[in-house]
Design a protein around this ligand. Sequence first.
Ligand SMILES: Nc1ccn([C@@H]2O[C@H](COP(=O)(O)OP(=O)(O)OP(=O)(O)O)[C@@H](O)[C@H]2O)c(=O)n1
Ligand SMILES: C[C@](O)(CO)[C@H](O)COP(=O)(O)O
Length: 238
Amino acid sequence: MRPGGVRVAALIPAAGSGTRLGLGPKAFVEVAGRSLLGRSAAALAPHVDEVLVALPAGLDLPEDVPARAVTGGDTRQASVRALLRATRADVVLVHDAARPFLPGAVVGAVIAAAREVGAATAALPVADTLVRAGPGGDCGTLWGTLTPREGLWAVQTPQGFRRDLLLAAHEAALTDGFAATDDAGLIARTGGAVRLVPGDARLFKVTTPGDLALAQALAPVWDAQVWETDPVWDAGGA
Ligand SMILES: Nc1ccn([C@@H]2O[C@H](COP(=O)(O)OP(=O)(O)OP(=O)(O)O)[C@@H](O)[C@H]2O)c(=O)n1
Ligand SMILES: C[C@](O)(CO)[C@H](O)COP(=O)(O)O
């Protein structure tokens, strides 16, 4: 139980197949001797009352991940829905297993903002120029106008919510057949406010082989806790 008698649960969707990485179910992929899931769960555990993990059907939790497991769904959204239905916590913190380097300062800030506003997410202001590619897919020619990046943020996890709000948004999306790439998007769709909390450059999502190489390079420094007392860095401004 947290201050004010509020019960907080960490919900970790970890049921993805890791198609873009190509090494099997991604949450189980190890970086410097510890799985992505193990790293994410360990970062969240000190801040919450319970940790729940959505796993691919037929797979068990690794022994070093003290958590409760549920079977995930075909999409991230379905996996989070299954997690939400499995807890009675007042506040939930949804965090991708695929974001293993999670600073405690970000967790604390997201929980505080979620308790205050009802919904919050870690995010960073976009620093690169954004364009839409034309025909030819990922490496197509430049097409259309450049999108002004002012006011644009790249959304990370954790995302924190009052559980009743997020559950209602998920159930409404299910009824309407609406799909979002994250949970804050489901709240925004209902007209609810979502507070943006400064995230962290180290909170990148391990999606491709290039991200894994970056994670392998970062892990020894992270594990040595060189940044233990650091505040969030690279938060920048909008
Ligand atoms: N059906 C799914 C799909 C994704 N996830 C989780 O959602 C997070 C973000 O998803 P992503 O990075 O896209 O992981 P994968 O779906 O595994 O990757 P890919 O899209 O390359 O297959 C991951 O922790 C992943 O395990 C999940 O719980 N259930
Ligand atoms: C939830 C998320 O990490 C926020 O940026 C992202 O939308 C997940 O996308 P994915 O394609 O499921 O990895």
